[in-house]
Design a protein around this ligand. Structure first.
Ligand code: FAD
Ligand code: NAP
Length: 551
């Protein structure tokens, strides 16, 4: 077995008696990188970090598909804690492209010298809490074993790819790629490409490939509500204005609900006239942005069926106006509620007016199998394809957790704990898993994510600092606290329309996955208040130094 790691590489002395390092961090996306910085550079702990990617970036390392773009606006898809980094921010358009985000995260890793703490190309395969020592034992696919007092996981909530088990997949002789594991250097121009899936990713990849593929066939299972993204150039003056106002901007972001850098509407669509609704929707359509359309227009689109129908009808009418072929327009028009993660795209519906684009409805005529030449539908129609793009999404939130053999007190496995659905106290902790901190774990906020990630990492770091200061060994939530938090998340979710749509938000996209509440939907401002309350009370929900059972 390989030695756990090279002791010479550990710059900070290990404070925890008997442990190889104070903390293990898993993941090198926004979450993991910030955790390494906080724990190693600020708290002075010794840290070992892992990612199975070959470099930093997380989501933005893996999702290099054509058209990959944030749909959070550039000014607030970034860390806020470092004022100099904010001042140095560079971007050219309203939204950041994948290359721009990876450059940003590379710059962040360089600035804080984070890479030296990472073992890349290394997957964490097991994490066992040892009750005798009070330490985590972490094992990797490279045969490394390391013990640590704290385990901080930033495994990503949209990271474990969902590859549907299509019959005949191995017989296909062309190339097949999942958007979430996109290799470098794929050339698709002049090829016959099939895209399966039209969620946020599918919308981006479809609009990017339509002008370059010789023919593009879109395999759509559910029609989507897609509003314009309006990715306009941003001038230096505009960017300077954001920079000058950052104090107020971040204050607003962190006290808002969705944290997307705009003020959510407080006017109910049900309280205004039909003409006023049309005016507001039209303005939002021109302004662009999926979250803006759902949350900046009116306060009740996600909570009132009448308001939701009004927004949905508006988008349906736009589809009818844009798409020239009435049969294609019919297929593109959603029939369900407007309550998945809001989508936006670059002239998405216009793509289907192109001669080289075919829309296939796989609800009407399902994919029967992949064949050596392409995709065969149940009706027997075969589509010959050089390349198949799986834009089929992710086993969201707990997908990467259930792939690790995670065991807490008494050897209880995380899979056992989560058999009725994943659960996380404050979106970060689980009962019987002491000193485990999950960044964007189950039941965390449903928002623009960097501000939520920062919020969580700072809370984790403060909690660890408290333990170190007070000479404590462990912290974990009571089971009652977990149950109560999950029940709170459920009751908030039940006030919205989101549970009524079939999507990854409740696990409906993975066959056999338990449908469960996976988010705290009361917004970042309320979430931060909930965290503050825990920090500032006597923490009745948290147990410190729970008695260690000796063997
Ligand atoms: P990730 O960036 O997903 O990083 C997790 C890392 O952990 C990965 O590198 C993974 O390889 C590694 N890992 C997992 N398991 C293991 C293991 N067992 N061992 C070792 N390493 C492991 N959010 C927004 O707010 N706005 C957006 O516009 C937006 N756009 C998105 C676009 C795409 C295409 C996708 C897929 C997601 C988007 N998201 C967006 C969500 C995005 O995931 C988050 O914004 C953010 O990047 C998550 O950061 P993270 O560090 O939590 O996780
Ligand atoms: P997704 O929203 O889950 O969409 C997956 C798509 O694949 C859906 O159209 C789904 O159809 C289809 N699909 C899945 N299995 C299928 C099967 N067996 N046969 C046919 N079709 C199948 O995944 P995603 O598009 O990757 O997006 C996931 C999340 O990542 C987003 O919601 C967002 O949070 C984030 N993201 C953001 C951006 C951005 O704009 N910045 C870009 C990409 C991703 P059904 O709808 O019928 O299930």
């Amino acid at each position: 077995m390989t030695k756990a790691f090279d002791m010479n590489e550990i710059i900070n002395a290990t404070k925890t008696k008997g442990a190889d390092v104070d903390a293990v961090v898993v993941g090198a996306g926004f979450g993991g990188l910030y955790a390494v910085h906080k724990l190693r550079n600020e708290l002075g702990l010794s840290v070992r970090a892992y990612d199975n990617a070959s470099d930093v970036g997380g989501t933005w390392f893996w999702n290099r598909y054509p058209g990959a773009l944030s749909d959070t606006e550039s000014f607030c898809y970034r860390y806020s804690f470092d004022k100099d980094l904010l001042k140095q921010g560079k971007w050219t358009s309203r939204y950041l492209t994948q290359p721009e985000i990876i450059e940003y995260l590379n710059g962040f890793a360089d600035k804080y010298d984070l890479r030296r703490t990472y073992r890349f190309n290394t997957k964490v395969t097991a994490t066992h809490f040892d009750e005798r020592t009070g330490l985590w034992r972490v094992a990797t696919d490279r045969g490394e074993q390391v013990t640590a007092k704290y385990l901080v996981t930033g495994l990503g909530l949209l990271s474990a790819t969902n590859k549907p088990a299509f019959q005949g997949v191995d017989s296909y002789r062309g190339e097949i790629f999942h958007t979430g594991a996109w290799p470098e250097g794929v050339e698709l121009s002049g090829k016959r490409v099939g895209v399966i899936g039209n969620g946020s990713t599918g919308v981006q990849v479809i609009t990017a490939l339509a002008p370059v593929a010789s023919h593009l066939t879109v395999f759509q299972r559910s029609a989507q509500y897609v509003v314009p993204i309006a990715n306009l150039p941003e001038s230096e003056d505009t960017i300077d204005e954001y920079k000058a106002n950052y104090e107020a901007i971040w204050k607003q972001v962190k006290t808002s609900a969705v944290a997307f850098g705009f003020t959510e509407s407080t006017t109910a669509a049900t309280s205004v006239s039909q003409e006023e609704r049309e005016r507001v929707f039209e303005r939002a359509w021109k302004r662009g942005g999926g979250f803006r359309f759902m949350f900046e227009t009116f306060s009740d689109i996600a909570t009132s069926r009448e308001a939701n129908d009004a927004a949905a009808d508006f988008i349906k009418r736009k589809i009818g106006q844009i798409v020239k072929n009435p049969e294609v327009a019919r297929k593109l028009t959603p029939t369900d509620i407007y309550a998945k993660r809001p989508l936006c795209g670059n002239d998405y519906y216009d793509v289907f007016n192109r001669q080289n684009v075919t829309l296939v409805d796989v609800k009407e005529d399902p994919i029967a199998a992949l064949t050596p030449k392409g995709i065969r539908r149940a009706s027997g129609v075969e589509h010959e394809l050089d390349v198949i793009v799986l834009a089929t999404g992710f086993d969201a939130v707990d997908g990467n957790y259930t792939k690790i053999d995670m065991r807490g007190r008494g050897g209880v496995t995380m899979s056992e704990k989560w058999k009725e659905g994943p659960q996380g106290y404050l979106g970060m902790m689980e009962a019987d898993f002491p000193n485990l901190f999950m960044i964007l774990g189950p039941n965390g906020p449903f928002t623009n994510l960097p501000p939520s990630i920062e919020t969580q990492v700072e809370w984790i770091s403060d909690t660890i600092a408290k333990l170190e200061r007070e000479g404590r060994k462990t912290v974990e939530p009571t089971q009652a606290a977990v149950d109560e938090w999950v029940a709170t998340c459920q009751s908030i979710a039940d006030m919205t329309l989101f549970p009524q749509a079939q999507s990854w938000i409740f696990g409906a996209n993975i066959p056999g996955k338990k449908n469960a509440v996976m988010f705290y939907m009361a917004g970042l401002g309320n979430y931060r208040s909930a965290l503050d309350a825990v920090k500032h009370t006597n923490c009745a929900t948290l147990m410190f130094d729970r008695e260690v059972v000796t063997a």
